[in-house]
Design a protein around this ligand. Structure first.
Ligand SMILES: Nc1ncnc2c1ncn2[C@@H]1O[C@H](COP(=O)(O)OP(=O)(O)O)[C@@H](O)[C@H]1O
Ligand SMILES: [Mg+2]
Length: 279
């Protein structure tokens, strides 16, 4: 248990030791058992509020998360106070203990499935997120319209979707996974959230040398195979979702493994008879 949170006035802002930095925030230790995640100025209020709400909802549902303690307005920016989770990221653990990677990826799949068991009717709808990302993305109008029609025909859902579930957003506390970084959470059907994880593992930020790429592809397959093994019903209409999720990701993704991703996306588009994207 995290114990008593430090009083707000106890946070001496000038004296915060940075524990880790991510794309959207820096995370500093506060007292002995807490961290404060201080968001970069470019991160919207909406995103920060969503992270707080979704992580709280996941905690209420019994999921292993760092439960938000308090939302803060510091001089350095908006922040959320969390209990500190002691343990490395799953990414680090996979690198440090490669012989255990199969078991860790199995745990990751089972953990993701448990998250998907939680209802989250109050969160934003993934369908709306995908629609917006496709419309504001780089695809030409004909491809956009065809993809939106495809999306319209896909089912709805009310499950809790993390939206950014990958090996750097999982901390390993005493060997058990804990999910952090809920700012991209949504509600919806689970299949696109699984595909999103598969894509993040293969083509998301991180090292991209030849050997790592092979390991990334293998890990993504291992995760997906395990998930399919425990919940085959969560793999419905994969081809359609793969095309839609891949296209939506084009709006925001960093150019990591760009050629491999475009090949993957074009195969996914071709599989559902959509026009291809220019490389
Ligand atoms: N509650 C926590 N306890 C310990 N470390 C944390 C905690 N939350 C975040 N971190 C560390 O900070 C890093 C960045 O946090 P994250 O929430 O993923 O931010 P970003 O949105 O910038 O990716 C994590 O990879 C982890 O190392
Ligand atoms: Mg993160």
């Amino acid at each position: 248990m995290a114990g008593t949170p430090p009083a707000l006035s106890g946070i001496v802002e000038d004296n915060l030791a940075t524990l880790a930095s991510g794309a959207s925030a820096r995370v500093c230790r506060v007292g002995e058992r807490f961290v404060v995640k201080i968001f970069h100025a470019a991160v919207s209020e909406e995103m920060i509020d969503r992270e707080f709400a979704a992580a709280t909802l996941a905690a209420d549902c019994g999921i292993a998360v760092a439960r938000p303690v308090e939302s803060l307005r510091l001089r350095a920016g908006r922040a959320i106070l969390y209990p500190e989770i002691e343990g490395p990221t799953m990414m680090r653990q996979l690198r440090m203990r490669p012989l255990r990677s199969g078991a860790m990826l199995r745990d990751m799949a089972a953990f993701h499935r448990r998250i998907h068991d939680c209802p989250a009717p109050g969160l934003r709808s993934l369908r709306a997120v995908l629609r917006t990302d496709i419309i504001y993305g780089p695809a030409n109008p004909a491809l956009q319209q065809a993809a939106l029609r495809l999306l319209d025909g896909l089912p709805d859902g009310d499950r809790l979707l993390h939206g950014d579930f990958h090996v750097k957003n999982i901390l390993m506390a005493h060997g058990e996974p804990v999910a952090i970084d809920w700012s991209k959470a949504a509600r919806g059907p689970v299949t696109p959230d699984i595909l999103r994880t598969e894509m993040l593992m293969r083509f998301g930020e991180g090292p991209q040398d030849w050997l790592t790429n092979r390991a990334r592809d293998w890990a993504a397959r291992c995760y997906a195979d395990h998930y399919r093994g425990i919940a085959p019903g969560h793999f419905a209409q994969m081809a359609e979702w793969r095309a839609v999720v891949g296209l939506a990701w084009l709006r925001a993704r960093a150019p990591v493994r760009q050629k491999a991703f475009l090949d993957y996306l074009n195969r996914a588009l071709a599989a559902v008879d959509l026009p291809l994207i220019a490389g």
